[in-house]
Design a protein around this ligand. Structure first.
Ligand code: GLN
Length: 273
């Protein structure tokens, strides 16, 4: 009997210890509480703890968005991939990149299946309802791609035209509002929208300026309109529950900005014209 009691006492002690550790470490980041709470993502304060200390920083992206993220052979490279690797480094973590549809990224961040979304993602009021964003790290412009010699010469000329967009992006959201759902054709990749434009299926594509430049360079007979459509800022999407990770990412980003690293990565991929 004594042995049984001792076992019960030991089990009780362990349970109490775990309970105490779980309640007592909302700000301290100990690896023991991290591994212990990996399974129970519902315990929100624990989930916020667990993510940044499991050794891996999992980033969701959509790797068809040059020069921010794209494949070079089997590897995802680009501005976001490089910056994310440096952030992971500063956090003492290993970066893992998951490639998915752009429209799935916010959900993946929200449910905690990834730690962050970095995909040339624009900060918008609507997205801020479901996720948080880091400080911004780049500016961008939504531009209009047309066929060379097109009668479309400005954003106003888009009225009544067939406009291709990448599904769920800001180009899609704004163009649907401004020009009517019925005039929008959605593609899962920007490249597919541009191919449809080149084939004469649609009249224009609205997309971020940097991928636009690289798509136009890769396809003969296309041009970017001089008047732009919208100005935006990119940031990293992080779960609202993971404020600790957000702070760490902001600190790392701040350092990369301050010492010129961010600028030199951007310049490497976007040489000044
Ligand atoms: N910047 C746009 C957005 O956030 C497009 C991003 C992308 O296609 N990767 O919606």
């Amino acid at each position: 009997m004594k042995a049984v009691k001792r076992v019960i006492a030991l089990v009780l002690a362990v349970v109490l210890c775990i309970a105490f550790a779980a309640c007592g470490t909302t700000t301290n980041n100990t690896s023991s509480s991290a591994t212990g709470s990996q399974e129970s993502k519902k315990a929100t304060s624990d989930a916020a703890e667990a993510k940044p200390t499991n050794g891996k920083l999992v980033m969701a992206t959509n790797a068809s968005f040059p020069p921010y993220e794209y494949y070079e052979n089997e590897t995802i490279v680009g501005i976001d991939a490089e910056v994310a690797a440096l952030i992971a480094d500063k956090l003492g973590m290993e970066l893992e990149i998951k490639d998915m549809e752009f429209g799935s990224i916010i959900g993946a961040v929200q449910t905690g299946s990834v730690d962050m979304g970095m995909a040339g993602m624009t900060v918008t009021e609507d997205r801020l309802v479901t996720v948080d964003f880091s400080d911004t790290y780049a500016t961008a412009v939504q531009v209009v791609i047309v066929k060379e010699g097109s009668e479309i010469q400005s954003v106003d000329d888009l009225t009544g035209k067939k406009i291709g967009v990448q599904e769920n992006t800001t180009g899609d959201i704004y163009a649907s509002e401004d020009f009517g759902e019925e005039n929008i054709k959605r593609y899962s990749k920007g490249n597919d929208a541009v191919a449809a434009l080149a084939a004469g299926i649609i009249d224009a594509v609205i997309i971020d300026n940097e991928p636009a430049k690289s798509y136009v360079a890769a396809n003969d007979g296309l041009a970017i309109l001089e008047t732009s459509y919208a100005d935006e800022e990119y940031a990293i999407a992080i779960s609202k529950e993971n404020t600790e990770l957000k702070e760490k990412i902001n600190k790392a980003l701040g350092e990369l900005k301050a010492d010129g690293t961010l600028d030199s990565i951007i310049k490497k991929y976007i040489p000044e014209e």
